[in-house]
Design a protein around this ligand. Structure first.
Ligand code: FAD
Length: 348
């Protein structure tokens, strides 16, 4: 696998350009590769993995078929290993900005660093687009961001032995409360209500820990932070009864993510609820040759799950083959029985 520097090539011709190196974009490389199609992958982030690597690298995922449990980072690493035989070319820290149709039915794609791609197919696997955490309106919070205030846990070990305040009522807040209470000196979960958006089983386990005195749960909202501008010493929790100080070294607010579709909004694709409308046969948008797979698409019954995106990638690849090799017959082959594929994949 290679990573080109921006200035090496200006116009790149390939079979498919994939926007997004999240789990679905990565698996699309594999499905295209099985059909002998070459892919270039563009991602605005500096590394592969999308949400898995960015938001939950150390959190286990349990619903990837055949993998009883793997963390977001392990899944990313495995996908990178799985696609290595197909030699995809990655363009990290690069944003896909604009597309335009060519007279031959192919597409031209422009990036923010001046690269131009030409391909019969564009595969939009941009997930939630550029995702940013929702930040609570607490005075002075910004000063501590990245030092004592974290919107994602990149490395569990960096929080070992600290007193942590986690706030929020969704899956991230509950999952991290459960995961970090054995690592931290003390975890205090703060939520403004006693009912949660998180999975009921996580909520039940959190309350069980609180009853055993292994964590603290406080009803209220965080209204202030105290510290020296770098290190945090306490947060203020306020509710109907008044305000209290909770001593801590780190605050982890999990108030959800803002998913912004970003430049893709201007691609001229039909959007439904901010996502790209596709058919369920080819996962193609209203513009022939522009596909959308993974979290970025919408169709009746859509589930935003990694496994759904993997299925979508397989069907997309069939149509991408027809576009890239219009005079070749599409042969359906199992990886277990095709000699060509076996030879290629045995290098994994
Ligand atoms: P993403 O992972 O969002 O990747 C999209 C990539 O596209 C990003 O890297 C982004 O930078 C890039 N991009 C966007 N716009 C551009 C652009 N214009 N130019 C270049 N690059 C661009 N799913 C499960 O199946 N099981 C789970 O247990 C599970 N747990 C989760 C836990 C949490 C905390 C979260 C947040 C999500 C979880 N999910 C889970 C959902 C899962 O992570 C997503 O369904 C999955 O990441 C979608 O993959 P994707 O490749 O479509 O998009």
């Amino acid at each position: 696998m290679s990573q080109l520097t921006h200035k090496e090539i200006r116009l790149i011709r390939t079979d498919a350009v994939i926007i997004g190196a999240g789990p679905v974009g990565l698996f699309a490389v594999f499905e295209l590769g099985l059909l002998n199609l070459q892919a270039h992958v563009i991602d605005v982030l500096a590394k592969p993995g999308g949400q898995c690597a960015e938001f939950y690298p150390e959190k286990p995922i349990y619903d990837i078929p055949g993998l009883p449990a793997c963390t977001g980072q392990e899944l990313t690493d495995n996908l990178m290993r799985q696609i290595r035989p197909f030699d995809p070319v990655f363009h990290f820290s690069t944003s896909a900005e604009r597309i335009e149709p060519l007279p031959n039915g192919h597409w031209r794609l422009f990036t923010d660093d001046g690269q131009v791609f030409e391909a019969p197919s564009i595969v939009v696997a941009a997930g939630g687009g550029s995702f940013t955490p929702k930040k609570p309106p607490i005075p002075g919070l910004a000063t501590y961001e990245g030092k004592a205030v974290h919107y994602a846990v990149r490395r569990i070990e960096s929080l070992r032995g600290q007193r942590l305040v986690i706030s929020g009522g969704g899956d991230s807040a509950l999952d991290w409360t459960l995961a970090l209470h054995t690592v931290a000196e003390r975890v205090t979960l703060v939520h403004r209500r006693a009912d949660f958006r998180a999975a009921p089983d996580s909520v039940r386990r959190m309350f069980a820990l609180a009853e055993r005195g292994e964590i603290d749960f406080k009803l209220g909202e965080i209204t202030g932070v105290t510290g020296d501008g770098t290190a945090l010493s306490a947060v203020t929790v306020s509710n109907d009864q008044g305000s209290t100080q909770v001593a801590c070294e780190a605050l982890l607010p999990f108030y959800g993510l803002t998913m912004k579709i970003g430049p893709i909004e201007g691609f001229g694709l039909e959007l439904r609820g901010g996502r790209i409308a596709v058919d369920t046969e080819r996962f193609e948008s209203n513009r022939p040759g522009v596909f959308a797979i993974g979290d970025i698409n919408d169709y009746p019954g859509k589930l935003k799950l990694i496994l759904s995106g993997f299925h979508e990638a397989a069907l997309m690849a069939q149509q991408a083959f027809r576009r890239a090799r219009p005079d070749q017959k599409l042969l359906f082959q199992y990886t277990t029985t095709s000699t060509r594929l076996k030879e290629k994949l045995e290098t994994t």
